[in-house]
Ligand binder design. Structure first.
Ligand SMILES: CC(C)(COP(=O)(O)OP(=O)(O)OC[C@H]1O[C@@H](n2cnc3c(N)ncnc32)[C@H](O)[C@@H]1OP(=O)(O)O)[C@@H](O)C(=O)NCCC(=O)NCCS
Length: 159
C-alpha cells in the first residue's frame, strides 16, 4: 500500500471507542478513556489518525504549547506495524506543528523503547537529554525517559 499524508485525518468524538480499543491492542496504556475524551474536546490537543476499513490503524496525539508542540502519544495497531504508518503519523505531526509556526516538536520516550527511538532518529529527531527514572515499570522499577526534539523552523519539507 502506498501511504500519503492525506490518509491521516483529525479525529473527532466519534473515534472515542476506536481510540480506547487501539490503546488496549497496542499495550500502550498511555491514555484512559477520559483522557482521550478531554483531548478530543481540547483546543490544546490535536488527535490525528489513519482508518483502514473503518478500523483505526494508528494515532498520533499532539499537544500545543506556546512556542513548541509536543508529541504526546503515538501508537499503531500490532497487525499493521512495519508498514510505515508511524513514520507517516510523525510526518503529519511535523507538518501540522510547522503550519502553526511552532519552533520544535518535542517528545519523551522510554529508554528501552528501541522501536520508537529508531523511528524518531530516522526522521531527524535529536536527543536533548535524559530524565532519570521518569517512567514507572512493573515490579516497582523505574526507567529513564529520553528527551528528543525536532527543529521545525529549519524544516523545509513542510512548506
Ligand atoms: C513504535 C511504533 C509506533 C512504530 O509503528 P510502525 O508503524 O510499526 O513504524 P513504521 O513502520 O513507520 O517504522 C518506521 C521506522 O521505525 C523503526 N521501527 C519501527 N518498529 C521497529 C521495531 N520493532 N524495531 C526496530 N525499529 C523499528 C524502523 O527504523 C522503521 O523503519 P524501517 O521499517 O524502514 O526499518 C509501534 O511499534 C507502536 O505502536 N508501539 C507501541 C506504542 C509505542 O511504543 N509508542 C511510542 C511511545 S514514545
Amino acid at each position: 500500500m502506498i501511504l500519503h499524508e492525506d490518509m491521516i485525518q483529525p479525529l473527532t468524538l466519534d473515534a472515542l471507542d476506536a481510540l480506547v480499543t487501539l490503546d488496549r491492542l497496542s499495550h500502550q496504556g498511555g491514555w484512559s478513556r477520559v483522557q482521550f475524551l478531554r483531548g478530543l474536546g481540547s483546543p490544546d490537543n490535536l488527535l490525528c489518525g489513519m482508518w483502514q476499513d473503518e478500523v483505526l490503524a494508528g494515532v498520533v496525539v499532539l499537544g500545543w504549547q506556546p512556542f513548541d508542540a509536543e508529541l504526546e502519544l503515538i501508537m499503531v495497531a500490532p497487525d499493521v506495524r512495519r508498514q510505515g504508518i508511524a513514520r507517516l503519523l510523525v510526518q503529519t505531526a511535523i507538518t501540522r506543528s510547522a503550519a502553526l509556526g511552532k519552533e520544535r516538536l518535542l517528545l519523551e520516550v522510554r529508554a528501552g523503547n528501541q522501536a520508537a527511538i529508531s523511528l524518531y532518529e530516522g526522521m531527524g529527531f535529536v536527543r536533548d537529554g535524559v530524565r532519570p527514572g521518569y517512567y514507572p515499570c512493573a515490579g516497582g522499577q523505574r526507567e529513564d525517559a529520553v528527551l528528543m526534539s525536532y527543529p521545525l523552523l529549519t524544516d523545509t519539507t513542510s512548506a
